[in-house]
Design a protein around this ligand. Structure first.
Ligand code: CDP
Ligand code: CDP
Length: 201
């Protein structure tokens, strides 16, 4: 069976959490496509060359989850040749046997416009910044909540306003606003949406 779930949305909306839960629940494979851009951003040198020669070892670096890696990713992600170099791998992953969940910024719009399910997961910038800040340690975090919010807004603006594959919901995406949802509620809603599409097949 080939079945693709495309999950897009801004930073810290809950895409990864929801994607992992869907993958676990339905036995699908999961690809966090942000990791590809983070690895390219942290590799250094010419980003186009870095994207063309990306290896498993590049994807296993310990520093890929940092705020710096997020910023570096969103800068290299504006380069069309970088995006093109990463597209084939993502499309092959999406059509593997047994189902696949991909999360990122352009999965439903550019990488898999034919995906069986498209979710656009979002939340207010304040809520997303608070979640990232809590992940960094809250009061013990090396950044203030205001700094994290500024970074979230900067990255949103770059991702939404770039010419190539800007972040926006696909016309047929289901919008899931997680601002006022717990993780369990958001996951339950997402699973329900995927299940009803599977039932309709
Ligand atoms: O992948 P993305 O950057 O969109 O977000 P994430 O890493 O899945 O989630 C960011 C943080 O928000 C995690 O610490 C989640 O536990 C938390 N969170 C959530 O994902 N969904 C909610 N409804 C509430 C909190
Ligand atoms: O987890 P979080 O939402 O903070 O970020 P991420 O998904 O790891 O993505 C990091 C950056 O990579 C984003 O801000 C985008 O600029 C870029 N990206 C992209 O352009 N297209 C994708 N499919 C995934 C990520």
């Amino acid at each position: 069976m080939k079945f693709t779930v495309a999950i897009d949305g801004p930073a810290a909306a809950g895409k990864g959490t929801i994607s992992r839960a869907i993958a676990r629940h339905f036995g699908f494979a999961h690809l966090d496509t942000g990791l590809l851009y983070r690895a390219v951003g942290m590799k250094g040198g010419d980003p186009v060359e870095a994207a063309r020669s990306l290896t498993d070892a590049d994807l296993r670096r310990d520093d890929l989850r940092s705020l710096e890696a997020g910023q570096a990713a969103s800068r290299v992600a504006t380069i069309p040749e970088v995006r093109a170099a990463l597209a084939d791998f993502q499309r092959r992953f999406a059509r593997r046997e047994g189902g696949a969940v991909l999360d990122g910024r352009d999965i439903g719009t550019v990488i898999c416009p034919q995906a069986e399910v498209k979710l656009y997961v979002t939340a207010s910038p304040e809520m997303r910044a608070r979640r990232r800040w809590l992940e960094l340690g809250g009061e013990a975090a090396p950044r203030s909540l205001d700094q994290v919010l500024a970074e979230v807004r900067e990255r949103d603006a770059r991702d939404m306003n770039r010419a190539e594959a800007p972040l926006r919901p696909a016309p047929d995406a289901v919008i899931l606003d997680t601002s006022d949802l717990s993780v369990d509620q958001a996951v339950a809603r997402a699973i329900e949406i995927v299940q009803s599409r599977l039932n309709a097949q």
